[in-house]
Design a protein around this ligand. Structure first.
Ligand SMILES: [Zn+2]
Length: 75
């Protein structure tokens, strides 16, 4: 999962790395445009690029579901 830290470029999450480990790498995807947890497409397995299946844009945050829900106040 070393690729994960290349993806996590959101400073607000950096101090939560320890929390993340406890979550056993269960990852969810949050679309900043749709403002909710979404499914994503990964068009090319060689690239860590994820596309929101709803708005087709790539404004995706990758984190644990629990972390996303608390950070973005998703109910
Ligand atoms: Zn979206």
């Amino acid at each position: 999962m070393s690729w994960f830290w290349d993806l996590v470029n959101i400073e607000e999450f950096w101090d939560k790395r320890e929390d993340f480990k406890k979550d056993r790498w269960e990852i969810s995807f949050y679309c900043k445009d749709c403002k909710k947890l979404v499914e994503v497409d990964r068009p090319d397995p060689k690239w860590y690029k994820f596309i929101c299946t709803i708005c087709k844009w790539t404004n995706i945050v990758i984190w644990t579901e629990e972390g996303l829900k608390s950070n973005y106040k998703i109910k």
